[in-house]
Design a binder for this molecule. Sequence first.
Ligand SMILES: Cc1ncc(COP(=O)(O)O)c(C=O)c1O
Length: 348
Amino acid sequence: MKPEIRRFFRKSLLELSPYQSAREEFVSDGRTMILLDANENPFPSETNRYPDPMQRELKQKIADWKKVSTEQLYLSNGSDEFISQIIMACCEPATDHIVIVPPTFGMYKVAARTYGVAVREVPLDADFQLDAEAVLEAADDHSKIIFIPTPNNPTANSFDVQALKKIIQEFPGLVVVDEAYIEFTDQASFIELLDSHTNLVVCQTFSKAQGMAGARLGMAFAHPELIRYLNRIKAPYNLNSLTLAAALQCLEEQDQVQEQVAFMLKERKRLEAAFTEIVFIKTIFPSDANFVLVRVDDSSLRYQQLLDSGIVVRNPSNNTACENTLRISVGLAEENNALIRALRTLDT
Ligand SMILES: Cc1ncc(COP(=O)(O)O)c(C=O)c1O
């Protein structure tokens, strides 16, 4: 069956001729060339030249790592930029909408509203799991994208794979599976399903386990034709040279990343065990990520008390079904010790 990727995109975008940057017209054959094409400062430094707009070297390394082709890969200035780009690319303002499954990551709604795109909400069930039937019932021809983060933020759990597969198979628009926390779970990445599902886009990030939140680097994986459309609207130099260099370095240090992930998972278990002894923590939700969502007696009070003790957590209580919750990231051992001490002091 011929994939009809075009139908996911706005018509005006299909007709757009993208901006051609100086460095896209010239592809190096390995010779040292005199570069007089981009009005740069010729004095050498780490940043005097524009970066490669197509990020070829990094894409090849990531493609090898994730076992995809470079044509299936789009790199963005953090997943946040990809989320905005895909909405802009696919949703006609004031006509189309996205679907989200609250409680969920806040950027999907913000990005959609920024472009005048409506948001349809299908809440998770009482166990913070997907209600696949309700999602499919809520969808129509204007449902251009559904965003599903698994493990989910702020609830920290992974979604049932069968429910997610059902949505991928039957949803009329694109399904973006946001795997920002994939390194912390035993679940397989949905990248494996890309070849058989042309409406599937998987995004991952260097911001969490990879330790590069400050560098801003996101990855999206999808059918090559879909990636080509995304490339048409990206800013020519959306990733800077410093980020590209840091990411190449990070890929060389995956043993260290794995050690850090193992440490964070061990520390998460220690925190969860300590939380069970705190009387004002009423529920500890199961976590598959590097953070824990807990329900407390009074989240505003406990949030403020922790701030007063010098500890910043997140109070996601105004999210659907998250009344009186706190979202707590796993820190270094001494930071986690300080948190446990503060909680015990507040409990007395
Ligand atoms: C589910 C999810 N997706 C995406 C992001 C943002 O990732 P990035 O830092 O790559 O923009 C976050 C950040 O908290 C997140 O929780």
